[in-house]
Design a protein around this ligand. Sequence first.
Ligand code: PBG
Length: 329
Amino acid sequence: MYPLKRNRRLRSNEAIRSLVRETIISPNDFLVPLFIVEGKGVKEEIASMPNYFRYSLDLLENEVRELWRLGLRSVLLFVKVPDNLKDNKGTEALNPNGLMQRAIKTVKNICPDMLVMTDVAMDPYSSYGHDGVVKNGLILNDETVDILTDMSLSHAEAGANFVAPSDMMDGRILSIREAFENNGFYNTGIMSYSAKYASAFYGPFRDALDSAPVDMVDVPKDKQSYQMDPANRLEAIRETEMDIDEGADIVMVKPGLCYLDIVREIKNTVDVPVAVYQVSGEYAMLKAAAEKGWLNHDAVMMEQVTAIKRAGADVIASYFAKDVVKLIS
Ligand code: PBG
């Protein structure tokens, strides 16, 4: 008697393992989120995201050059907006000389071939910390879509290659695509946060941008009326197919690890590239456990990004991008 098949042959040494490995991580997999603040010479660590920083535009230049040197070719920009510039309509988001618009130009100036994507959402600009206009305890959909459309045009005018609407309003992809076509931005793409869940894993990000919903009467305490219920699967397919019909070039599932079943299902269902956002809380969890010596940081990090890619991610937005690329190069 002997085993009919010996699967361990294909695992018996590193040469054979690497020969038959199905999922290989490379710098081309990553989209690097960058946090930007006003000021000069600012590089501040985000308290709940160890070793991740907010940069002022002058220091952003060095960071972008380093990313390029490491082989990272795509960035996703976020801005932290001073409180005195926030209002219910996110007016500052449309300022042609606003921080985001200047950040786009800064990156394009020093690194013209770097792919620049921008987060399109009102929350960093909203005095209520919401991704939409607040009225009588509700988030208004269509009024918000109009603002997101103008915001997208403003990013396109500043030179963004792709906009990434992360708000989850209905109909915003169609509205943005139409505005791009009508204004000659035929080549500006849309990466839609199409299946974005109302997740508690966004906590550290909201610290980074000071963008959490405020605690006030007549302001919703959470984002559950627009972001998706973590219990739902079919809803993710519906949202994603709708965004593709409306003109999304790339769709996204967010967060990552807890939603890999959704990633695989979307990957098997659609024919556009699928992005996955490994979010701030996922980053913070591993950093904290590693700091305590409870997990091996690099090994767990590689296991996580490999699992995300294996599940079907064509693009991984991750705060680990630099760490990963340094480790594998
Ligand atoms: C803004 C936005 C959020 C994230 C990306 N874009 C926060 C939110 O929706 O509350 C989260 C990213 C992360 O946690 O890393 N709409």
